[in-house]
Design a protein around this ligand. Structure first.
Ligand code: ADP
Length: 421
């Protein structure tokens, strides 16, 4: 293993793993803190998917350090702490505390911080994060239910989360290329900075900062920064680039789609699947609450459908309906009730002939993966930007596509299968 990554959520981990795979690194994704003897054989990069973004900081730090211990003991030459491209993190943490703990663990002199992802319209200029044309604190992120971002200046945001000095490497330097950025890292370290927010408004800035940080023991950022890292290992002849396949050999068996996301993209995908005539079963929250609909009902319905086509089980609903349900049952109760039902249904069907599974929704994916007991997945071909097919690594016959709600085009539930053979 060359690169050991720690991601603060599941779909973010997959996004990073895919980025590394595309750049030629053989990558495996592990769910939760890996066991000391986890099977990493044959992989250049390991991505640990934690669910630590909004946990108490002490818990996020403990899990991140435990993961770092395993990754370093298993030979990682560099650690990458991956967080969201909108820097989802309040003054209570967790980015600062985790980054600080990993800096101490690796003995790194300085670490960069850069959530930029220009392809997704996240850019950093003079330390300020922009979401599209809006500064972070004026974007919809200002009202995020868990991590409202009310300050666009990442130097200030990060400095409130850590006692270590935070600096910035501005666009004027970054735009001159890798050598200039490397010089700025050294200059910042000389004046005592331990973290530097690095500007990036285009992919080439991310690639150059990755190259400039080749010798850094710790890197922190969004998945965009990972763009520049595989080239460092290739340049040092530490690995050979693996070709990225467009199709994946998957276990034979039936196809299942579980949609627990209510985001606009997923609702569009459900509509397209219904229009295409795929057998569908809606999950009505009230029926679930009244115990009129349970996993056994969905399992027996799915098994009665023709084996030749996918089946779709969805709870996806329009915002007004979701709001009604949340008012009636409470947001968390409604969410966990539906997640539990979908997860139990997926588990039963996967034990009964379904081997090719798409899950829509970040939290929903987490619940399904936990119910299935999948501990590691191998990253396969990209279906849509940020979403790969993956294979369960524990020997069971299972191909999984875990999709963050907003990802993928409207035909995702129809076209994803063409990447499997
Ligand atoms: P996304 O990736 O779009 O955010 P998630 O799966 O992370 O999707 O989150 C969606 C949440 O909404 C889950 O907790 C899910 O159980 C819940 N949910 C799904 N359908 C409904 C519904 N009809 N009413 C209320 N909540 C729902």
């Amino acid at each position: 293993m060359l690169l050991g990554c720690i991601a603060d959520d599941l779909t973010g981990a997959t996004d990073l793993a895919l980025m590394l795979t595309r750049a030629g690194m053989r990558t495996v994704q592990v769910m939760g803190v890996p066991a000391a003897n986890a099977d990493f054989d044959g992989f250049d990069a390991v991505v640990v998917a934690l669910k630590s973004r909004t946990n108490p900081a002490a818990e996020a730090v403990a899990w991140s350090l435990a993961s770092a211990d395993v990754l370093l003991a298993r030979g990682a030459k560099q650690l990458f702490f991956k967080y969201c491209s909108t820097f989802d993190s309040t003054d209570q943490g967790n980015i600062g505390p985790v980054a600080e703990a990993l800096l101490a663990k690796t003995g790194a002199e300085i670490a960069l911080a850069c959530p930029a992802f220009p392809a997704n319209k996240r850019t950093v200029y003079l330390g300020n994060l922009f979401v599209g044309e809006q500064p972070l604190a004026e974007s919809p992120m200002k009202d995020h239910p868990l991590t409202p971002m009310r300050d666009s200046n990442l130097v200030r945001v990060l400095q409130r989360q850590t006692k270590l000095p935070v600096g910035v490497i501005p666009h004027a330097v970054v735009d001159q290329g890798a050598a200039a950025i490397e010089g700025a890292f050294k200059g910042a370290a000389l004046i005592g900075k331990r973290f530097v927010v690095v500007d990036a408004i285009a992919d080439r800035h991310l690639i150059d900062m990755g190259r400039a940080a080749a010798s850094h023991k710790l890197i922190t950022g969004g998945s965009g920064v990972a763009m520049g890292l595989p080239a460092n290992f290739l340049a040092q002849s530490l690995m050979k680039a693996a070709g990225s396949a467009t199709r994946m050999a998957a276990p034979n068996g039936r196809q299942l789609i579980i949609a627990g996301s209510c985001s606009e993209a997923t609702r569009g995908q459900v509509k397209a699947a219904i229009a295409a005539g795929i057998p569908v079963h809606e999950v009505d929250a009230r029926a679930v609450a009244a115990k009129k609909l349970g996993p056994a009902d969905l399992v027996s319905w799915a098994k009665k459908q023709p084996a030749s086509a996918p089946v779709l089980i969805y709870s996806s609903a329009e915002p007004a309906r979701v709001a009604e349900v949340q008012r009636e049952f409470g947001r968390d109760t409604a969410g966990s009730m539906i997640e539990a039902l979908l997860a139990a249904t997926a588990k039963a069907l996967c034990a009964d002939g379904f081997t090719r599974v798409i899950v829509a929704g970040g939290e929903t994916s987490g619940a399904v993966v936990a119910a299935l007991g999948v501990t590691a997945i191998e990253i396969g071909p990209e279906i849509a930007p940020g979403v790969p097919w993956t294979l369960a690594r524990d020997g069971r016959p299972l191909a999984l596509a875990l999709k963050s709600g907003n990802f993928g085009g409207s035909d995702f539930f129809l076209s994803a299968w063409s990447h499997l053979v």
